[in-house]
Design a protein around this ligand. Structure first.
Ligand code: CO
Length: 606
């Protein structure tokens, strides 16, 4: 008998709807989901925490409490990013322990724990904490293909995870590229070594091989398969629950689930799928067997396409793919999963746009220092030298990254106390610990729920709709990735030029500029800056699209060539903007927090 792990409430909509499913979309169907008898329900963690507070104005803690109550018979599972918890950077031990305690208390039963680099040192603290709280540890290995990642590599690591106290094991094939034979060999290898723990196979349909991989997986003894109810399955998401349950009927692996019940649940989710049709991406629905060659996960690909468009370099897609593979090899073959996918992807984009390792992100530096953990293979010394400079040997750490971090909980608690309007619960303190700025905005009641398809004033595939939303909600840009394939996009048609758009009751006046750009007239942050000169003598321009994080100089300051004058966040990475000439800062055309496009004037240095 095989059991299914149901992912419709987490991984499925993270893969296909930019993680935007809301708590109110989940609760009406919870009772039926609870009747199926799933091994576990994935409901929390991954990107859901971030998206809840950033885009949906929903309390993630409340979500887990409500779901647990509505599904008392099914173990609730979360995806926990080891020392990164539900974010993209390392936290100190005290915060990780407290998080596990609170997650368990609020309703999480099973913790799927993974580390992007499969550095087991990063998994120790969260695994131990889950055991102490009486939870179930599902220890995961990130699957990837490289000369390092052999069958033996996975078998040996799984044996270690069993010794570390795991209750079940999971092959996390986040890119959907595991082949049927590879799935068979790893699972068989683990079973043959006498490992008694249940093994779960997690994959996505990206390569088109996944159904076969699941079949070979169960033949090798896989105990659990990861699936999602059909309206949000296939393509970059998991295989459909109903299909896999039907496929196993009448075999020794029969799930015993009621297909009629599953189809009823399917009907419900067709409505949810439609509610977010502005997020549908044609390419995400298709298989992309090229992943078996370039090994770049689907989610990372769509991000790269989007980032290239932002940086005005969408013609370089193929070059970037090749460069991504090269950077990955140079950095010691990290599996491409959050956050390493972003480190490798953005560095590859930088290398193609500005020359190899000419612009180096802070994250690439941190990665090379060992701040994410130990890379699977050693990083080549010439790359370390390029990234960290001639004294690279002194910069590289050998310890577990979180060993370098000071406890953080009490400090954050006292910081949050300053904001009297925030209720000082442990859950709120944790939200603030994990996402300081976004978390505080949410806790102060200043976050706004994003629109759904119904709330958009024009048809969702209208070019004007995309333009308006992009300008009104700079933070919502991510969702416009591949809404329409690039070759099907057209410029603004013959249309009116002024609109009032209402989103959640708040009116936005939007004026359309004939050049094709959009200018937000009312209230939206970070829009275009009217009245800024296009060019001046001694002008320093941004060479990328992003948000200005800090300005390091003021008017009248003298700067030398190479001085850092500002920092910019581009592609979720922090980068420095340096002065190319010596002189005096005559004028500054931007403020901290402004969005800038590639080529925008930042300041004048003469
Ligand atoms: Co996944």
């Amino acid at each position: 008998m095989v059991k299914l792990h149901e992912m419709i409430l987490r991984d499925a909509h993270q893969s296909m709807l930019a993680t935007r499913m809301r708590t109110e979309d989940m609760l009406p169907i919870a009772d039926k989901l609870d009747q199926v008898g799933f091994f576990s329900m994935e409901v929390w963690g991954g990107a859901t925490f971030d998206v809840c507070i950033r885009y949906l104005n929903q309390d993630p803690w409340e979500r887990i409490r409500l779901l647990k109550k509505a599904m008392p018979n099914t173990p609730m599972q979360m995806l926990e990013r080891a020392m990164n918890i539900v974010a993209y950077w390392n936290f100190p031990d005290d915060v990780v322990k407290k998080f596990i305690f609170l997650a368990k208390k609020n309703g999480v039963d099973y913790f799927r724990i993974f580390d992007a680099l499969n550095d087991l040192r990063n998994m120790e603290v969260p695994m131990k904490s889950v055991k102490e709280e009486g939870g179930h540890v599902q220890a995961c290995l990130s699957y990837t293909i490289s000369p390092i990642h052999t069958v033996d590599y996975f078998v040996e690591k799984f044996k270690k995870l069993e010794k570390m106290g795991a209750d079940s094991l999971c092959i996390k094939d986040m890119a959907g590229m595991i082949s049927p034979q590879r799935a068979y060999d790893i699972i068989k290898g683990v079973k043959d070594e006498g490992v008694k723990l249940p093994i779960d196979l997690h994959s996505h349909c990206t390569s088109g091989m996944t159904g076969m991989a699941y079949q070979r997986g169960v033949e090798a003894g896989a105990d659990i398969l990861d699936t999602a109810i059909s309206p949000i399955s296939g393509g970059t998401a998991a295989p459909a629950t109903e299909s896999i349950a039907a496929a196993l009927q009448g075999t020794e692996w029969e799930t015993g689930y009621d297909l009629k019940l599953l189809i009823e649940i399917r009907k419900y989710f067709l409505g949810v799928w439609d509610k977010y049709r502005h997020l549908h991406r044609f390419n995400a629905l298709k298989v992309d067997p090229s992943v078996t060659l370039h090994q770049v996960p689907g989610g990372m690909l769509s991000n790269l396409i989007f980032q290239l468009e932002e940086q005005g370099a969408h013609g370089k897609y193929q070059e970037i793919l090749i460069e991504t593979a090269r950077v990955r090899e140079e950095l010691g073959y990290p599996p491409l999963v959050t956050p390493t996918s972003q480190v490798v992807g953005v560095q590859a984009v930088m290398n193609v746009l500005h020359g190899r390792y000419k612009v180096i992100t802070k994250e690439t530096k941190d990665y090379c220092k060992g701040m994410y953990g130990k890379p699977p293979a050693p990083i080549k010394p010439d790359i370390l030298k390029k990234v960290l400079g001639p004294k690279w040997k002194e910069e590289v750490i050998d310890c577990r990254p979180s060993d370098l971090l000071k406890p953080m909980w009490s400090q954050r608690k006292s910081e949050l106390k300053e904001h009297s309007e925030v209720n000082l619960t442990d859950e709120n303190i944790m939200t603030y610990c994990i996402y300081q700025q976004v978390g505080l905005k949410f806790l102060k009641g200043q976050a706004q729920a994003e629109f759904t398809s119904e709330q958009l004033p024009l048809p969702i595939d209208h070019p004007l709709t995309r333009g308006m939303v992009k300008q009104s909600f700079p933070e919502a840009k991510q969702i416009w990735i591949e809404t329409v394939p690039p070759d099907e996009r057209s410029g603004p048609a013959q249309i009116p030029t002024e609109f009032e758009v209402e989103v959640d009751g708040e009116p936005f006046e939007v004026k359309v500029i004939p050049s094709g750009g959009f200018l937000v007239a009312g209230g939206a942050p970070g829009g275009a800056l009217p009245g800024k000169p296009k060019d001046v003598e001694g002008g320093v321009k941004s060479n990328m699209q992003g948000t200005i994080l800090s300005i390091k100089v003021k008017k009248g300051d003298k700067v030398k060539s190479g001085d850092i004058i500002a920092t910019i966040e581009a592609m979720k990475m922090e980068q420095e903007i340096k002065s190319e000439a010596a002189g005096e800062v005559k004028d500054i055309f931007i403020k901290e927090g402004n969005s800038v496009a590639c080529g925008d004037l930042i300041m004048q240095i003469l």
